[in-house]
Design a protein around this ligand. Structure first.
Ligand code: IPE
Ligand code: IPE
Ligand code: MG
Length: 249
């Protein structure tokens, strides 16, 4: 992730029409490992390498916001050992990427029920978020212990408390007002959502924010996903006509 590395714009990609916000459901680590008769944990380790590669690619191309679904509210149901390993890998990722993020002007942010994360992960997260807080180059948004329904319930609670305390009039509750009370307040909605490993579902990710997001599902398992396929998806995205309910060109 060295900022001095030269980067050539990939063929077919229009850098003036890049998505402002890409969200990814990084799925398939377990199947990747099982296919190789390895423990699922090895799949998560391999998946962490893909995260590095995709963050680097987004920075090089100039995608302003990347949101990665790393751990869902439902993922807490997995075995103790798998959850503990995922938390350990998460901390390792944050600690090992901290310098790169500082050097490359990347701001780290996290969305989700962060209070549920183990203390050592929270400490690492806070440290790197503080150290990179003023960076303007790219926003890396990690969805951790994240659930779209939990996010919406949290938003309703905050707004209801404001109304109860007489701080707002319910006529103020517009779509923008709701967006401003989600974890993603201040960020544009994702233009593109990618899911790896072929599952055709949303799995409780960014339910409010993806109202008009272009969705791309690939069969590739997350550890096998890489820069070339990512760029192909971006090129495909640029060919799509986004109508937002209006009629075509
Ligand atoms: C994605 O891979 C990582 C997380 C959900 C934490 P999975 O662990 O879900 O992999 P599969 O879906 O079992 O292959
Ligand atoms: C979605 O993947 C959550 C993350 C990628 C973090 P899952 O593997 O948890 O989703 P389901 O269970 O297949 O819907
Ligand atoms: Mg999965």
């Amino acid at each position: 992730m060295n900022s001095s590395t030269s980067f050539h714009v990939p063929e077919g990609l229009d850098v003036l029409k890049l998505p402002k916000h890409v969200a990814i459901i990084m799925d398939g680590n377990g199947r990747w490992a099982e296919k190789r008769l390895m423990n699922r944990i090895r799949g998560h380790e391999a998946g962490a390498e893909t995260v590095r590669a995709i963050v680097r690619t987004c920075r090089e191309i100039g995608i302003p916001i990347l949101t990665l679904y790393a751990f869902s509210t439902e993922n807490w149901q997995r075995s103790k050992i798998e959850v503990a390993t995922l938390m350990m890998l998460l901390k390792k990722f944050i600690d090992s990427e901290e310098n790169e993020m500082i050097e490359n002007n990347i701001r780290l942010n996290a969305i989700g029920q962060l209070e549920k994360l183990p203390e050592d992960v929270r400490i690492s997260l806070k440290r790197t978020m503080d150290l990179t807080g003023k960076n303007k180059g790219m926003l890396l948004n990690l969805a951790l212990s994240y659930g779209g329904r939990a996010e919406i319930a949290n938003m309703v609670k905050i707004i209801a408390e404001k109304a109860r305390d007489g701080k707002i009039d319910p006529v103020l509750i517009t779509e923008n007002f709701i967006s401003d009370h989600l974890y993603t307040a201040g960020m544009p909605d994702p233009d593109l959502l990618i899911r790896t490993s072929g599952e055709i579902r949303i799995s409780n990710f960014l339910l409010w924010q993806i109202a008009y997001t272009e969705i791309f599902i690939t069969d590739t398992l997350w550890p096998d996903f890489g820069k070339d396929e990512f760029i192909k998806i971006l090129v495909d995205f640029q060919r799509r006509e986004r109508r937002f309910g209006n009629v075509g060109r």
